[in-house]
Design a protein around this ligand. Structure first.
Ligand SMILES: Nc1nc2c(c(=O)[nH]1)N[C@H]1C(S)=C(S)[C@@H](COP(=O)(O)OP(=O)(O)OC[C@H]3O[C@@H](n4cnc5c(=O)[nH]c(N)nc54)[C@H](O)[C@@H]3O)O[C@H]1N2
Ligand SMILES: Nc1nc2c(c(=O)[nH]1)N[C@H]1C(S)=C(S)[C@@H](COP(=O)(O)OP(=O)(O)OC[C@H]3O[C@@H](n4cnc5c(=O)[nH]c(N)nc54)[C@H](O)[C@@H]3O)O[C@H]1N2
Ligand SMILES: [Mo]
Length: 764
């Protein structure tokens, strides 16, 4: 099979670079969001979708896991949510003639943007081993081919079953059940590349890998620290929550190497003052940290908290909380006292005054929330950094009381729910026991592969079959060259998708695409219209009801696809009535209610207009289900990323007009970039040090001790106010730069936010 690198449809001739914006949202935000929607969808479909998006009887936005407030506005969505809906609900279909016209080789020459713009997939297609083309097949034949392949494998562990985080609870539960009944725990997911570090750290420290706050805690907080997160683009409705918090007197601190627009100023499109005025000043303190410097910063702040306590005993620490609920304090205090300020300054690039100011804010605030996302989780020391976030919160009892807590902000709209449903390669024995008792079979106990190890297993020939329930793994995972090669080495790949993407062109010997309904679409089964449910970032579970007819008559829902595949593969090997799953999703929810704690009377409770909130030990009652039964204050060895002379640390991030690997347009409005993505943002002083000038064509080359060449060539250097020594480029293109072996300790998440690179004048 041919190997070709990913194609980016960017022409430097068109690229326009302007000034970065200071503010996010506002009038242009809303207008931009409505225009393309109306054009592509037609007025009636648009109105129906936009008025039901995130409403109580409507559907849940698939753009992020941000929660819905109890009192919803008429337009309870953001510009980026509207883009996601438009992108999915387009009535344009990939025509039947497409597959004869375009070979796999031809698809390899297309960009993600082009692939996505071909429209919705509507018929199953199959690429036989001896062919370069997909061809349409019946659903029955598709399941037969997959079932036969799975049953021919020497071991169930030769297969791997990926999930991306849009999958509903119902589909996810059915899928993991099928996979475990088939006999493997190889259930990697997008979370492995996303918030895995969060789950690892939080489970160890507080006993649960999820946010310890509820939605209305934001308005009760008096200090919110937003670390490593760009809400203006990735969780735009969070800006409204931050604005409300500010109105109630909260202070906001942004810790970020970049002055992201939404963190500086916010013009609320729902308020007249926001539309006409200068908007709300967001961050009271902007801490412009170096990439990977957060662990040092957090330790330095904790050191100051302990010093303040020593200076005025009994006034700073929450002794009652620490004595009653925490373990490990003494060892921590001893360790933190030895933190070296010089190392902290080197690691963070900050001044002592800035660190003192942050410590002072923390010490003088009664209710503190710390939120974080990929700027924290995708580092080598991510797990330890998150433990330091928790340490800092625990010192003053900022967990398990109103307006305070640890709040990872999830990405995909149901990535958290998928995990709750058992999509994880390392589910606990308690979960597996419950599955066994409910379905009367013995699930495998050996842990499976995660996303990164799954790629390595494919490379080594140990995984021969790969299936993806959504997502675009070869584009999303690190080390594109190696990952694509690994995927091509498999015997069969199967993707359940709404639209075409790169992973449909980088396939095993045999390949199938199974088209599926999206969340916007009405799903009618034997028992009548069905709905699905999802869990947001603050553990609230609610229904999502499709609103418009499916774009094609023979599309199947994800639940139906999983149920039929299970029947075709397992026949009656396990006593599960898969047909009843497909006919009536209440049947699945009833099973879930007996397997997953917190889901009692699921079908009934999820029908209430607000859904229900899952129990959460730390939040509800300061119950910590760790090994010791206490919240563990931990000692973590400080390590910062060394940056040799002449090198830069590069982060890979999202533009305003993309959803992960889906590219909506080539613009990144808030950062002043138009009509192009092949840019690398560098601090002007670093450009000068490197002998480069703004606008110059450069090559970005990874510095990693192996003989693989990892480079992006002919990029345009953009002078940008990022922290010194740091650079940034857009993912997924920049995944070619991230080495497969560069992973977070303890969570195995690719280190996408600190790639050591050289930026040199282009050789092209
Ligand atoms: N519109 C839209 N919405 C999305 C997505 C999308 O692609 N588009 N993706 C969804 C998904 S799956 C996810 S996980 C989330 C991602 O949401 P984010 O985590 O906001 O996404 P990134 O673009 O990766 O941005 C990382 C942010 O962290 C900062 N950062 C990077 N490194 C460091 C560091 O070392 N320290 C600190 N303090 N900051 C750092 C970057 O400058 C940037 O502001 O968004 C979700 N929502
Ligand atoms: N370098 C670098 N790499 C990263 C990141 C980074 O910051 N830097 N971020 C990482 C993160 S946080 C994440 S979450 C991963 C994302 O990894 P993935 O979740 O694998 O990627 P997505 O781009 O979100 O997947 C998009 C595809 O999902 C399919 N799809 C969309 N909606 C549906 C649906 O309703 N059903 C089904 N079945 N399919 C659907 C479409 O075919 C679409 O092309 O990428 C990771 N990779
Ligand atoms: Mo994510």
């Amino acid at each position: 099979m041919t190997e070709k690198p990913p194609v980016h449809d960017v022409s430097d001739d068109h690229l326009e670079v302007g000034e970065p914006r200071e503010w996010a949202a506002g009038v242009p935000g809303v207008l931009h969001s409505m225009e393309p929607a109306i054009k592509q969808l037609g007025l009636a479909r648009t109105v129906k979708l936009m008025t039901s998006l995130n409403q109580k009887d409507g559907f849940d936005c698939m753009s992020c896991a941000w929660p819905d407030p109890a009192h919803r506005k008429v337009a309870e969505f953001c510009e980026n949510g509207a883009k996601a809906v438009t992108w999915e609900a387009t009535p344009v279909l990939v025509p039947s003639s497409f597959w004869a016209e375009h070979s796999i080789d031809d698809l390899l020459d297309k960009s993600e943007y082009w692939l996505g713009m071909q429209g919705r997939l509507s018929k199953p297609v199959y690429k036989p081993a001896d062919s370069e083309h997909y061809e349409e097949v019946s659903w029955e034949r598709a399941f037969e081919v997959i079932g036969e392949k799975l049953n021919s494998l020497a071991s169930p562990d030769d297969a791997s079953f990926y999930t991306s985080g849009r999958t509903s609870n119902e589909a996810a539960f059915a899928y993991q059940l099928f996979v475990r009944a088939f006999g493997t725990n190889n259930l990697p997911d997008c979370s492995n590349m996303c918030h895995e570090s969060t789950g690892t750290a939080m489970s160890e420290v507080v006993g649960i890998g999820k946010s310890t706050i509820a939605y209305d805690d934001f308005e009760k907080a008096d200090l919110i620290i937003v670390m490593g997160q760009n809400p203006g683009t990735n969780h735009p409705r969070m800006l409204t929550a931050l604005e409300d918090a500010k109105r109630n007197g909260a202070k906001i601190v942004a810790v970020n190497p970049l002055p992201e627009a939404g963190l500086r100023r916010y013009k609320n499109p729902q308020r007249v003052a926001g539309v006409l005025g200068r908007g709300t000043e967001m961050a009271d303190q902007f801490v412009q940290i170096r990439l990977g410097g957060d662990m040092a910063l957090l330790q330095a702040v904790s050191k100051r908290v302990l010093a303040a306590e020593a200076a005025a005993p009994g006034t700073v620490l929450d002794h009652d909380f620490i004595d009653e609920y925490c373990g490990g304090f003494d060892a921590f205090a001893e360790h933190i006292a030895a933190v070296d300020d010089d190392e902290v300054l080197l690691a963070t690039g900050l001044s002592l005054a800035e660190i003192d100011e942050l410590a002072d804010r923390y010490i003088h605030s009664e209710r503190v929330i710390i939120t974080w996302a990929m700027g924290i989780t995708q580092h080598r020391k991510a797990v330890d950094t998150i433990k330091e976030i928790l340490n800092l919160l625990l010192l003053r009892g900022n967990i398990g009381r109103p307006g305070a807590g640890a709040s990872p902000i999830r990405g995909h709209s149901n990535v958290q729910g998928d995990r709750t449903m058992g999509i994880w390669e390392q589910m606990s024995d308690t979960f597996l026991d419950a599955l066994r008792d409910e379905f009367h079979f013995e699930p495998p106990r050996k842990h499976g592969v995660d996303a990164l190890d799954g790629i390595k297993a494919m490379r080594d020939g140990d995984i021969k079959f790969w299936m993806g329930l959504g997502g675009n793994l070869v584009a999303a995972i690190s080390d594109t060259q190696l990952a694509e090669k690994a995927m091509r080495g498999t015997e069969m790949t199967v993707q359940v998708s709404t639209k075409l993407n790169r992973s449909h062109a980088v396939v095993g010997a045999e390949a199938l695409i199974l088209p599926t309904m999206g969340r916007t679409e009405i799903d009618i089964q034997k028992a009548g219209p069905q709905f699905v449910s999802v869990e947001d970032t603050v553990c609230s579970v609610h229904g999502s009801h499709g609103q418009v007819p499916p774009v094609a008559a023979d599309l199947l829902s994800e639940v139906a696809i999983v149920a039929r595949l299970a029947r075709a593969t397992l026949a009656d090997r396990v006593p599960v009535d898969w047909q009843s799953f497909e006919d009536d999703y209440d049947v699945i929810r009833d099973h879930i209610s007996r397997v997953v704690p917190g889901f009692e009377r699921y079908s009934e409770r999820v029908r209430s207009r607000d859904g229900f909130v899952l129990p959460n030990g730390p939040r509800d009652s300061r119950t910590f289900t760790t090994a010791s039964g206490r919240a563990e204050i931990t000692v973590n060895h400080l390590e910062h990323v060394e940056r040799p002379e002449g090198r830069l640390l590069l982060q890979t991030l999202r533009s305003h007009d993309q959803y992960n690997t889906t590219i909506y347009s080539l613009n990144d409005r808030y950062r002043g970039i138009k009509k192009g993505r092949e840019v690398v943002f560098v601090n002007p002083a670093d450009l000068a040090d490197l002998g480069l000038v703004d606008g110059q064509r450069v090559d970005v080359i990874t510095d990693w001790p192996d003989d693989v060449e990892r480079a992006l060539r002919g990029y345009r250097a953009v002078a940008y106010p990022t922290a010194r020594g740091c650079a940034a480029a857009y993912f997924p293109e920049a995944n070619v730069l991230v080495p497969l072996d560069s992973a977070a300790l303890g969570s195995n998440t690719p280190v996408s936010k600190a790639v050591l690179v050289s930026v040199v004048a282009s050789s092209d």
